[in-house]
Design a protein around this ligand. Structure first.
Ligand code: MG
Length: 333
């Protein structure tokens, strides 16, 4: 099969800047692509790299798109090199979209995604003290799983805010802590010890679901050891940005949680195969993509999620007016 290939660069500003241990992030840039086959069926895809997280850069993705002919084949789509995981995802998901014979209007399709059942979504709280003021709005919107970024400020301050947060959040809340690899070994021990203690004392009604990526990627052995020393679960995120890294960590004995960002992990077909074969405990998570990549990512999450874990796509409040924005882009293409 041959496909007409078109692509377009997009830029969108976050409603408010996103703060993690990697720094501040204000503008999301990516590529929307369209494949049209010989029978005029259309498939949409999105390349949304995060190079500081382990994918290719936007420039590399653009170079790849620019060197392609206007007409491409299955062979091209399924032989994109592993160095371009966000491209693998973008092209393959466009191929799958078209292959599903999805004829719905893209905007209608997206509207249903914009009003998700928030029970199954994890909402990202702002870092620092701002979390204390923000959770309630999200709770009213129906969110019951929250993620809070740590490793951003001094640990003493964060532990203090954490103390307030857990005494404020209602019972039946699940709280995820995400350090983005920003803790020292001692700090990671302190956080895990604190979480284990809370559980043991049983005075806190909420559940600390897991601590995400406490240490930098290079300290895999330490994280493996921590995962065996504490009751609080640990999830790997940065360590398993791409499918190759994911397979390597699994092979080295990781049996904790895997946070998968479909947008940058690589080929969806190979991800499917791996998850089904090894039955790993997964959490699916956003790369602040538009509704196009989100649709493909949520499809994968629906197929491959186990253990009833909320997906990390509760980020709509970060972008404003997504529907209008997509409509503009759509008209433009
Ligand atoms: Mg994370």
């Amino acid at each position: 099969m041959r496909y007409q290939f078109k692509f377009r660069l997009y830029r969108r500003k976050f409603g408010r800047s996103l703060t993690t241990n990697h720094g501040n992030w204000d503008i999301r840039e990516g590529i929307i692509l369209r494949l049209t086959d010989e029978t005029l069926r259309v498939g949409w895809g999105e390349i949304a790299p995060i190079s500081w997280f382990g994918s290719e850069t936007l420039e590399q993705a653009l170079d790849f798109c620019r060197q392609l002919p206007a007409e491409i084949t299955d062979e091209i789509i399924f032989s994109i090199p592993d160095e371009l995981p966000a491209c693998q995802f973008g092209f393959e998901s466009a191929w799958e979209w078209r292959n599903r014979g999805n004829e719905e209007n893209i905007i209608t399709l997206n509207s249903s995604l914009l009003t998700p059942n928030s029970l199954f979504y994890s909402a990202l709280l702002p870092a620092g003290e701002a979390a204390l003021n923000q959770w309630e709005t999200l709770w009213q919107q129906g969110y019951r799983t929250f993620k809070w970024k740590i490793g951003v400020d001094a640990i003493a301050d964060e532990l203090e805010i954490f103390e307030s947060l857990i005494h404020t959040l209602p019972a039946s809340t699940k709280l995820r802590l995400d350090a983005n690899g920003g803790l020292s070994y001692e700090e990671a021990n302190l956080w895990l010890w604190t979480c284990d203690n809370l559980k043991a004392n049983a005075e806190i009604p909420l559940e600390i679901e897991f601590l995400e990526q406490p240490l930098p990627i290079e300290q895999f052995q330490e994280m493996l050891e921590l995962s065996m020393s504490y009751k609080t679960a640990i999830a790997l995120d940065e360590s398993i940005a791409t499918l190759g890294q994911l397979a390597a960590c699994h092979q080295q004995g990781w049996r904790g949680i895997f946070v998968i960002k479909p947008g940058i992990v690589g080929s969806p077909s190979r991800l499917r195969k791996f998850c089904q074969q090894h039955k790993i405990d997964t959490v699916f998570s956003s790369v602040f993509e538009t509704a196009i990549a989100r649709l493909a990512a949520l499809q994968l999450a629906a197929e491959l999620s186990r253990n009833n874990r909320a997906v990390g796509f509760g980020i709509d409040h970060f972008f404003e007016q997504e529907e209008t924005w997509l409509q503009c882009l759509w008209n433009d293409l």
